[in-house]
Design a protein around this ligand. Structure first.
Ligand code: HSE
Length: 439
């Protein structure tokens, strides 16, 4: 009879409390699935007296995370405190150094210190599992690391931030502004008090850097991700996208190109018929394009106590079973350095919205400037200007939206063409440009 796995948990917030509850509730199932029991034997958190609706009477209380991580009475240290640095970093390092396995949901820490921690795990023989760090309950880390070990991945992309997808969904469905939807997301507790981390794309970038490492064997590096958020998206972009057969999503995309691995986070037009376009509200989704097989899309809850705890407990179950995968799917010394791809070299289709002078020759000027850069137009729509009489005779020179979709071209070419159009003074304001990602 194998002794039960003794687990210590640092952090008893929404996720930590849910993990304690789930291990208790799933005790029999876990024992059957792992061939041994799993027991939480010690915990620690900022406050011992906080009301948590957990029965902790048979569980020891450690002085702090570092003490818990170094406790010889535990086999597996579970870090659920969060934060990209201390005290989580030292505690995890101490646990690994003493040969323990570590489970964490901390994407910021893995994105920043993942390599160093993985090296330590390799050296000392423990596992370092972080399934919950990306897409919470969606088993995407395991899919890339283990399920697709025999497949070359060409592209991995997804909706990795529920807050942004919630905002874009409501803007699209109700015609509301970004600011209005953000306020609601904050009220409902989806967005952080400082929402910049979500809406400016940094949360997605951390998750993407982890996925890119697993998919392509690159060194996890948030600095290698090009990042653009969703605050510039207007309801008219979502309306135009809808009419043209697209939806706008904040995507994290990591793709193999002839020039290396491109990692980018930005608002993206995706065809309305694609799997990723069907994903609404706070739900997350990841699509993986593997060589020789049709795309795989995983969809599910990417945040929340129960969803995150589900992945944490699965990682603990792997430790109980004695499964120890290389944290990033291969030895750290085999991971390749990667740098930020210059977006001017990016190639793809583009959505362009311009506020154009509503006078003869404007459309011709725009078309000429695009043609000069060898940009081919897939579709072009000009809205009616307000104040036009029944015959269109009293047309004023007030600006009207012109929306263009281009065939694949380089970003460089798009910006050169738009600069020329601006010099021609046939448009006002800044053009809106959104990249298109085809499935
Ligand atoms: N702020 C994140 C989101 C939570 O909105 O998806 C999970 O990382």
């Amino acid at each position: 009879m194998v002794a039960p796995l003794k687990v210590g948990i640092a952090g008893l917030g929404t996720v930590g409390a849910e993990v304690v509850r789930l291990i208790e509730e799933q005790g029999r199932t876990l024992s059957a699935r792992c061939g041994r029991g799993v027991r939480v034997v010690a915990v620690t958190a900022r406050s011992k007296v906080k009301k948590r609706r957990l029965d902790l009477r048979d569980i020891a209380w450690a002085k702090n995370a570092l003490a818990l991580a170094s406790d010889p009475g535990i086999d597996c240290f579970v870090e659920l405190m969060g934060g990209s640095g201390e005290p989580a970093l030292s505690a995890i390092e101490a646990a690994l150094k003493s040969g323990k396995s570590v489970v964490t949901a901390n994407k910021a820490l893995i994105a920043k210190h993942g390599l160093r921690l993985a090296k330590s795990a390799e050296k000392h023989g423990g596992a370092l599992n972080f399934e919950a760090a990306v897409g919470a309950a969606i088993p995407v880390v395991k899919t890339l690391r283990e399920g697709l070990a025999g497949t070359d991945v060409n592209r991995v992309y997804g909706i990795l931030n529920g807050t942004c997808n919630y905002i874009l969904t409501r803007m699209e469905q109700e015609g509301l502004s970004f600011a209005e939807c953000l306020k609601d997301a904050q009220r409902l507790g989806y967005a952080e008090a400082n929402p910049s981390f979500d809406v400016d794309g940094h949360d997605t970038a951390q998750k993407l850097a982890i996925l890119a490492s697993l998919a392509f064997g690159t060194k996890v590096a948030q600095s290698a991700v090009y990042v653009e958020g969703i605050s510039s998206i207007a309801p008219e972009d979502l309306r135009a996208a809808e009419e043209l057969g697209y939806r706008v999503k904040l995507l994290g995309v990591a793709v193999r190109t002839a020039k290396g691995i491109e990692q980018r986070v930005h608002p993206t037009m995706v065809p309305k018929s694609s799997s990723i376009a069907q994903v609404m509200g706070v739900t997350n989704a990841v699509t993986i394009d593997g060589a020789g097989i049709p795309p795989i899309t995983l969809v599910g809850p990417g945040a929340g106590g129960a969803a995150t705890a589900s992945a944490v407990v699965a990682d603990i179950a792997d430790v109980a079973r004695g499964i120890r995968a290389m944290p990033f799917g291969r030895p750290v010394e085999r991971l390749r350095a990667t740098s930020k791809a210059p977006m001017e070299r990016h190639e793809g289709g583009y959505y362009i919205r311009l506020m154009a002078r509503d006078l003869a020759g404007t459309a011709a000027t725009i078309a000429t400037r695009l043609a000069e850069q060898k940009i081919s137009i897939e579709s072009i729509v000009q809205r009616h200007s307000d104040g036009v009489d029944a015959n269109g005779a009293a047309r004023k020179a007030s600006p009207v939206p012109v929306i263009l979709i281009t065939y694949a071209t380089s970003e460089d070419a798009v910006y050169r063409a738009l600069q020329a159009v601006q010099r021609d003074k046939v448009i006002s304001g800044r053009p809106q440009v959104i990249r298109i990602e085809k499935n």
